[in-house]
Write a protein that binds this ligand. Structure first.
Ligand code: HEM
Length: 137
């Protein structure tokens, strides 16, 4: 498996662990309310599980599973774009999550823009590899 996929999948699993833990805290607090501030974790829970876990896992798997280029030296495409997208995605997730915790909408918006840039970088990298089975060009 390419190194970038390993990093994407490890980071996704990390976010799964944190996101589920926050979900468990939210759930426990619904059953037996023990701290009002726990509700502020809802934004982090959503951010970590939707973008940090699900989107990130899909990107990591797509990077190794989609058809590769025939030129062996660049069979995955321009990997630098992939690393850029990895860094942007994780920065965007954490910036948005922290902004939700602190209730700062401007930073949350900034986080979303960074996520959009991560998606754009990944789309440019991966689009040439999205082909039907048996199509070689
Ligand atoms: C991939 C897995 C998950 C995703 C994508 C996810 C996503 C979400 C989203 C989007 C919300 C907001 C719903 C709304 O505002 O209407 C939410 C709320 C919540 N989630 Fe999760 N969640 C996941 C797993 C879990 C798990 C494993 C737990 C518990 C162990 C959990 C506990 C909660 C709780 C307690 C709420 C608040 C519900 C309420 O508003 O009363 N979630 N989750």
């Amino acid at each position: 498996m390419p190194k970038l996929s390993v990093y994407f999948i490890r980071a996704a699993l990390l976010h799964l662990g944190i996101g589920f833990t926050l979900g468990a805290l939210l759930l426990a607090n619904k059953g037996i309310p023990f701290a009002g501030w726990i509700w502020r974790l809802l934004g982090l829970h959503i951010e970590f599980l939707i973008f940090g876990w699900m989107v990130q896992l899909a990107m990591g798997v797509a990077f190794f599973a989609l058809p590769r280029h025939t030129d062996y030296s660049r069979r995955y495409g321009d990997v630098r774009l992939g690393w850029l997208s990895f860094i942007l995605l994780n920065s965007g997730v954490w910036l948005t999550a922290l902004a939700r915790w602190f209730g700062t909408n401007d930073f949350a918006f900034g986080g979303r823009i960074i996520l959009l840039l991560a998606a754009a970088a990944f789309a440019i990298l991966i689009k040439p590899r999205v082909k039907a089975f048996g199509v070689h060009q």
